[in-house]
Design a protein around this ligand. Structure first.
Ligand SMILES: [Zn+2]
Length: 182
């Protein structure tokens, strides 16, 4: 099973995770069941926020109502691991109930945030493929190059070759003076 997430939504989650350091960030993820179209950050009210999370109940209720109003399906929850890998902890496994919700974990352990999606159920923990959908967000596409960008890269390459040649010629030693033999 593959779930898609636009960069726009992934950014909301990563920004929240960074803002809550050293505590864990947490919130809801929602969409159409296949694409995570929305992430709603919630307050972490756990007693040990650095290593676990717990939603503020009223905020959670309000978030679920707003999802309903937007016709979005509640797909699961996200939370962050400020110092550990994006793998469910023992507390995460104990806290997860078996009603088909997805668990999105963002790890800030490395300089580049890592997002991993899990399904935690009675049968165990299963990693799910998460695809960063660039096509949903026009203008935020980081992988494909537009024609303009391609032209700019080719032009820059040609200019560098010309400059390199020009520099090499200036560095050549002067031509030897040929004196005619007597
Ligand atoms: Zn966790």
């Amino acid at each position: 099973m593959t779930i898609r997430i636009p960069h726009r939504v992934a950014s909301i989650i990563v920004d929240d995770a960074r803002a809550q350091v050293p505590n864990e960030a947490c919130g809801l993820i929602a969409g159409d069941g296949k694409t995570i179209q929305s992430a709603i950050p919630l307050s972490n009210v756990a007693s040990s926020k650095g290593s676990s999370f717990s939603f503020e109940p009223n905020e959670q209720l309000g978030a679920l109502k707003s999802l309903d109003a937007e016709n979005l399906v509640w797909m699961g929850v996200y939370h962050s691991h400020p110092n550990s890998a994006a793998i469910p902890s023992t507390a995460d496994l104990e806290g997860a109930s078996d009603h088909g919700l997805l668990q999105l974990i963002v790890s800030l352990k490395k300089s580049k945030p890592e997002l991993q999606l899990w399904r935690v159920g009675a049968s165990g923990v299963t990693p799910l493929e998460l695809i960063f959908d660039t096509q949903v967000d026009a203008g935020l596409d980081e992988t494909a190059l537009s024609q303009g960008q391609c032209a700019a890269i080719v032009t820059a390459a040609i200019i560098s070759v010309i400059l390199l040649l020009a520099i090499s010629f200036t560095l050549l030693p002067p031509a030897p003076v040929i004196t005619p033999l007597p």
